[in-house]
Design a protein around this ligand. Structure first.
Ligand SMILES: [Ca+2]
Ligand SMILES: [Ca+2]
Length: 144
C-alpha cells in the first residue's frame, strides 16, 4: 500500500463516519445496510435491468465491490463487482455517484435523489460509489 492509497482509505473512513452521523440524526434505528431490504437513505444496486436478479442495499460509500455479494434475491454467493445493471436510490437528500473503477475512478454516472434507473449508463461495469455529502467531509470525489 503506497502513501496515496493510504490517504484514500483514510479519507474514505472520514466520509463514512460523516455520512453515518448525518444518517443517524433522522433515520430509524432498525434500518441497516446489507440486510437485503432497501430502506430510506440507502441505494440498492441490481444484477439485472429493471431491478431484476439479485440486489444489495448500501447505506454508505464503498470504495470497491471486491468483497460484496448480493444480499437480496436469493443469490448470496454472487459477487456484485462489474455486475450492476439497474439502480434504485432511496435517499431523498443526496445524490450518489457510481464509478467504473474502484476508489472512485474511471467513468462515472450520477444518480439523482430518490431516482430509479432501469438501465445504467455503463452496464456491468461499476466498482465503487460515493454519496455527495454537501462538502462536509472535504473529500473531493464525493463533493459534487
Ligand atoms: Ca437495508
Ligand atoms: Ca466493498
Amino acid at each position: 500500500m503506497n502513501t496515496s492509497m493510504k490517504h484514500v482509505l483514510r479519507a474514505s473512513g472520514i466520509m463514512t463516519a460523516t455520512v453515518a452521523m448525518v444518517v443517524g440524526m433522522s433515520s430509524s434505528a432498525s434500518a441497516a445496510q446489507f440486510n437485503g431490504i432497501c430502506e430510506t437513505k440507502e441505494v440498492c444496486i441490481y444484477q439485472n435491468t429493471y431491478l431484476g436478479g439479485g440486489w444489495i442495499d448500501h447505506q454508505y460509500a464503498d470504495p470497491n465491490y471486491i468483497n460484496n455479494t448480493y444480499t437480496g434475491g436469493g443469490v448470496p454467493d454472487v459477487g456484485t463487482n462489474d455486475r450492476t445493471s439497474s439502480i434504485d436510490s432511496w435517499d431523498t437528500n443526496w445524490k450518489v455517484r457510481f464509478f467504473t473503477n474502484s476508489y472512485y475512478g474511471g467513468s462515472r454516472q450520477t444518480v439523482a435523489e430518490y431516482a430509479r434507473l432501469n438501465t445504467v449508463e455503463y452496464n456491468d461495469a461499476y466498482s465503487s460509489h460515493c454519496w455527495n455529502d454537501g462538502g462536509v467531509s472535504g473529500y473531493s470525489q464525493c463533493d459534487f
